[in-house]
Design a protein around this ligand. Structure first.
Ligand SMILES: NC(=O)c1ccc[n+]([C@@H]2O[C@H](COP(=O)([O-])OP(=O)(O)OC[C@H]3O[C@@H](n4cnc5c(N)ncnc54)[C@H](O)[C@@H]3O)[C@@H](O)[C@H]2O)c1
Ligand SMILES: [Zn+2]
Length: 364
């Protein structure tokens, strides 16, 4: 078993990673289950697939779930109200632990409910999608979506423990697994060149479901994110912004494709990373060879690596306009994460969007 400590003073916690961990979750959760009960929040799809296995793993701990419909729409005011009311109806108290059992939607929603119910309750996470295992369950950001945009209402609220079992991923769509994989590659590109070398050799095994490869890739990613979060828990110094590598370009791509099945978040991040490296090379910050390596890797694992393949070639002006709107919303600051090489990313807040538009118009 791998154990990663997220060191945040009195908010510190462990993230445990092991194949089959779900089946022995009682060992780790019993000490947190007050009156031998956990307040489980899950989505209908995850619960139908893995609920019985969770309950078996929890043994004598009571874990009757509060269920929400699967999908991003549940991360809403209505979804929050449903979960908070259900928790209160169960008589939740501050010392209780809420257990988020699902993908990033469940983690963000249950985490936010935990942050506000009774002015803040404990919570633990068992993330079930690859994206949730390597990204959303780490670092304590919780949120719902508002009419004005995604994740605009939320709180920083760290869990007390995270249990990651890669065997849960065996039931996840291959496309969702690849989307989560993009975030793993992102950490490698930010500051772990050794991990990128390893992914070039072993990425296919991670995607195919090899348990050892999955444990290794997830552990490296969680460790990478934990180190960054420890240095900037609330995104004040700018270091946490590094985690947005590929995301400034990616969000513009998601906006242009309407946040739809046409392009999943992780797919946008993969292409966004290629574009961030391409733009860095155009500014002579990194070598064209690095750009080619990044593009080749995403292409080999079946993630989008060109604008042309998602029919957005030549749409630089439109994409830059989306970035401009984001920029207005964040008081004129668009942070671009650029790179000096694979594993050496940095934040640049002085990028001119007209230059980005030109670059995108010239890029395949
Ligand atoms: N808090 C953060 O730091 C952070 C970081 C990244 C993303 N997010 C958020 O995470 C969300 C996306 O997370 P996601 O991709 O996990 O989405 P999700 O929770 O909607 O899960 C995707 C789909 O997979 C299903 N699913 C999950 N686990 C499964 C399993 N083991 N087997 C079969 N099906 C399974 C879900 O029911 C859902 O239909 C977004 O709302 C995003 O804003 C948050
Ligand atoms: Zn992301």
């Amino acid at each position: 078993m791998e154990a990663i400590k997220v060191a945040l003073g009195e908010r510190s916690y462990d993230i445990l990673v092991d194949q089959g961990l779900l089946d022995r979750s009682a060992e780790f959760l019993a000490p947190l289950a007050r009156d031998r009960r956990l307040l489980v929040v899950s989505d209908e799809k995850v619960w139908a697939t893995h609920g019985a296995r969770l309950q078996a793993g929890l043994g004598r701990i009571e874990a009757a779930p509060i269920l929400i419909p699967a999908g991003e729409d549940s991360k809403s005011w209505t979804g929050l109200e449903t979960v908070v009311d259900a928790l209160l109806a169960k008589g939740v108290e501050r010392q209780d632990h809420i257990l988020a059992f699902g993908g990033g939607v469940v983690g963000d929603l249950a985490g936010f409910a935990a942050a506000i119910v009774n002015r803040g309750c404990n919570f633990v996470q068992i993330p079930t999608s690859l994206l949730a295992q390597v990204d959303s369950s780490v670092g304590g950001k919780t949120a719902i979506n508002a009419a004005a945009g995604k994740n605009l209402v939320g709180a920083f609220h760290q869990p007390s423990l995270v249990l990651i079992d890669p065997s849960l991923l065996d039931s996840l769509d291959a496309r969702q697994v690849r989307a989560g994989y993009a975030e793993i590659a992102k950490y490698a590109l930010i500051e772990d060149a050794g991990l990128f070398d390893w992914l070039e050799e072993n990425g296919a095994s991670v995607l195919a479901g090899d348990p050892d490869a999955r444990v290794r890739a997830i552990t490296a990613s969680v460790r990478g994110k934990a180190r960054i979060v420890e240095g900037d828990e609330r995104e004040t110094s700018g270091r946490r912004a590094l985690l947005n590598l590929g995301h400034t370009f990616g969000h513009a791509l998601e906006t242009e494709t309407g946040y739809s099945d046409r392009l999943l978040h992780g797919e946008a991040v993969a292409l966004g990373c290629v574009l961030a490296f391409g733009f860095s090379a155009e500014r002579q910050l990194c070598s064209p060879a690095d750009v080619a390596r990044v593009r080749a890797h995403f292409q080999r694992v079946g993630l989008p690596s060109t604008l042309a393949e998602i029919d957005l070639h030549g749409q630089g002006d439109r994409l830059a306009a989306h970035m401009q709107r984001d920029k207005k919303r964040s008081r004129g600051q668009t942070a671009f994460i650029l790179a000096r090489s694979i594993g050496d990313a940095f934040v640049d807040t002085s990028v001119d969007l007209a230059e980005v538009a030109g670059f995108l118009n010239r890029t395949q």
